[in-house]
Design a protein around this ligand. Structure first.
Ligand code: SF4
Ligand code: SF4
Length: 320
């Protein structure tokens, strides 16, 4: 992607932008394009009409001190993707660099980052040990996520249940010692309401092939195949066409507006709108579609995982 493309995109959106804008850098690995990040931030800083907040998601292996100081100066919210013990078991080579990055972040920008660890059915047994190792290292902002694009069988769900129980105990202990809940997933019981995917509503993504989408996740799902029938429904087109064609943009935005929890249903055709958990459940439609192959259709294991997570969150919120 060229800086001219990014500037054209930001300048085009400026007249209809909200006063506060979140500008996020995602990959692959965004640090591979570091000069582009610096130039984009410099351009955003010239805009006096909007307040910009910046986010960056990285695996941390290329994050050096000079990058951290730049991120701090520009008050970035940094997400460090690090799967802890699960990563150690599959990619020992990357660990030294990431551990050094974690130490630098602790020293130079302690409040500016969160460590996000993703677990799969294969690695879920490492959830508590992994998070508790990060807590012992002094990491204070942690998140965990589960990969719901792959099937969770009964055996994996049983492990998840016992791991969530152990994780809750570990978090309670840490909170007693430090006064802070280290795992952000547990910080509150969660508000109630009907979830709507914000892609294409108040969020847009510009991709390296100059196409515009409601969220970069849609490119992961559909970007590889322009002949897929959903491609035309959810892609706003290449940037020059997006800037010219308001009618088409409105039609695509209308498709995104249908992506809300009460319009979703499970593979067994059970409607989320009739589910007792509707107002506390939120499922990313793209993650669900990576497994079910259809947007709006949710695989059965997702409901079971969501139910377990909700139960532990409520239980933990009640004792804190
Ligand atoms: S638990 Fe399943 S059926 Fe219920 S709202 Fe969530 S995704 Fe829909
Ligand atoms: S729910 Fe998924 S697709 Fe929608 S905005 Fe969030 S991450 Fe993107």
């Amino acid at each position: 992607m060229s800086i001219e493309t990014i500037i054209a995109f930001l300048d085009f959106l400026q007249p209809c932008s909200a006063k506060e804008i979140w500008l996020g850098f995602y990959g692959g690995e965004p640090l591979l394009a570091w000069p582009l990040i610096e130039k984009t931030v410099a351009h955003a800083r010239k805009n006096r009409k909007n307040k910009f907040h910046f986010t960056l998601t990285t695996n941390g292996s290329l994050l050096k001190k000079e990058h951290i100081l730049f991120l701090k100066e520009n008050q970035f919210e940094l997400v460090l993707s690090y799967d802890g013990l699960a990563q150690k078991s599959r990619d020992l080579g990357s660990i030294t660099a990431v551990e050094a990055t974690l130490q630098n972040l602790q020293k130079l920008y302690p409040k500016g980052y969160v460590v996000n660890s993703v677990f799969t059915p294969t690695t879920i047994s490492m959830l508590t040990a992994s998070i508790s190792a990060l807590i012992k290292q002094g990491q204070r902002r942690l998140q965990y996520a589960l990969d719901l694009s792959v099937p969770w069988e009964d055996s994996a769900l049983q492990i998840l249940e016992s791991e969530l129980g152990r994780l809750a105990e570990c978090c309670q202990e840490s909170r007693r010692e430090t006064g802070m809940m280290p795992v952000e997933n547990f910080r509150d019981a969660g508000g109630k309401g009907i979830f709507a995917c914000c892609a294409g509503r108040d969020r847009l993504a510009l991709l390296p092939d100059d196409t515009v989408w409601g969220c970069y996740m849609f490119y992961d799902l559909l970007g590889y195949d322009p002949r897929h029938p959903d491609y035309a429904k959810y892609c706003f087109g290449k940037l020059p066409a997006f800037m010219r064609g308001r009618t088409r943009a409105k039609a695509v935005a209308a498709k995104y507006r249908d992506l809300r929890q009460d319009y979703f249903f499970t593979e067994k055709k059970e409607l989320c709108s009739l589910c007792a958990r509707l107002e506390s459940c939120s499922v990313c439609p793209v993650v669900a579609a990576l497994a079910s192959t259809q947007l709006g259709v949710i695989p059965a294991w997702t409901c079971r995982v969501k139910a377990l997570q909700a139960r532990f969150k409520v239980r933990l919120a009640a004792v804190l």
